[in-house]
Design a protein. Structure first.
Length: 403
């Protein structure tokens, strides 16, 4: 079984330094592969890792989104087949959505002996407020789907800054563990214990559903806009290009470069801030060339607007842990009810693993109109998760008999 940890975080958050700490202190002796998917950022120090006997696979062709999701899946299959590692660390691009990366790993989980393990997001405690405002959905998505948020630069934050930062993170994701202790004062083992204790079925299902919703929206948007897009394309080309670059530069200069110089001295050089600056123009420049119109990485203004409401307005999730024992007949009855009626809300997905009265474990999965039950390994406790719109949580608890 290969564990897969995703370490996401916005540009310059300190992902690289965090990965180095974990490799130095915890992952020694493990057969490790690091998959980097950088976009106009300089990757981790290859020399440092090769000396430690760690394999690095770089995907510098773009961010994990649109067409690259397929490439990413292929890349994962290759890495598993070639190296059979104990653990794969994935460091997505700073502008990638965590839900997209998770979806790719979940797809691979169905075909390979791998487990989506840690969902870690590194957040710069000094910049979080500003980045949330400036980058909206793309910054918040990384927090929303994390099971563990690790704050960097917390030793440089005032107690008030730190408290505000934690409150803001909790307002987006109240279930994630937030590590606020400075990295020099906490051992990698302690961090790993938190990360591996935060296995969230709910997050996984949310990511799958999010990806599905976006794919459907894109399909719809693509057909809808196609003729209009073709018709206007030649006419507006210069105009559009000019505007796009103009916005992009403004946005970046205010929120990246300015902050970047401002914070430069107080950051460690190891945190790759200098590398980040070096690649800044290249990052902007490449953004316009390599991405399709349906890309969700935030490089297109209409996409940014379009996806802004996705996560919290389109669907909600209900997740419960329970030691209650069930029978297959009872679970089947519940799933049948959810398939046949809208009394509990519009159910898009239900999934769980619960103990059977006879001592075995029942795993179930339901999408509209169909469901399946199978036997599975015992989990640490029974877990139920339902995703949909207008969910009536209390009635669901009654339906499962856990109210």
């Amino acid at each position: 079984m290969t564990k897969i940890d995703i370490i996401s975080g916005f540009l310059g958050a300190g992902k690289t330094t965090f990965i180095k700490k974990m490799i130095d202190e915890v992952f020694t002796g493990e057969k490790l592969v690091l998959i980097e998917n950088e976009f106009g950022e300089v990757g981790i120090d290859g020399g440092f890792l090769k000396d430690a006997g760690i394999q690095i696979t770089e995907m510098n062709s773009g961010c994990i989104c649109c067409s690259l999701v397929g490439d990413f899946g292929r890349n994962l299959h290759e890495v598993i087949g070639k190296y059979h590692p104990d653990r794969i660390l994935i460091e997505p691009s700073g502008v990638g959505k965590l839900s997209d990366v998770m979806k790719s790993v979940i797809d691979v989980e169905k075909e390979e002996d791998v487990k989506l393990n840690g969902l870690i997001t590194v957040v710069n405690a000094l910049k979080a407020s500003k980045q949330m405002k400036a980058f909206g959905e793309f910054f918040n998505n990384q927090i929303e789907y994390a099971t563990t948020v690790v704050l960097s630069r917390s030793q440089n934050a005032t107690p008030e800054q730190l408290e505000l930062c934690v409150k803001q993170i909790q307002s987006i994701n109240d279930k994630a563990a937030i590590i606020t202790t400075p990295w020099d004062s906490i051992r990698g083992e302690q961090i790993l214990k938190v990360v591996e204790g935060q296995d969230s079925l709910e997050r996984k299902l949310m990511a799958e559903q999010h990806a599905k919703e976006e794919a459907e929206e894109h399909e719809h948007e693509h057909h809808h806009d196609h003729d209009e897009h073709d018709h206007e394309h030649h006419h507006d080309h210069d105009d559009h290009d000019h505007e796009h670059h103009h916005d992009h530069d403004d946005h970046d200069h205010e929120d990246h470069d300015h902050e970047h110089h401002h914070d430069h001295d107080e950051h460690d050089h190891e945190d790759h801030d200098h590398e980040h600056h070096h690649d800044h123009d290249e990052h902007d420049h490449e953004h316009h060339h390599e991405h399709g119109e349906n890309c969700t990485c935030g490089c297109h203004d209409h996409d940014h607007e379009h996806h802004h409401h996705h996560a919290d307005e389109v669907f909600t999730s209900w997740g419960k842990e329970t030691p209650r024992k069930f029978t297959k007949a009872k679970i089947e009855d519940v799933l049948k009810t959810l398939c046949e009626t809208d009394d509990y809300g519009t159910i898009l997905r239900a999934k769980g693993m619960v103990e059977d009265e006879n001592g075995s474990w029942i795993y179930f999965d339901m999408v509209p109109g169909e469901y399946e039950l199978r036997d599975g390994e015992p989990d640490y406790t029974g877990r139920l998760c339902v995703i949909g719109t207008d969910i009536d949580e209390h009635r669901l608890e009654e339906l499962f008999g856990i109210a």
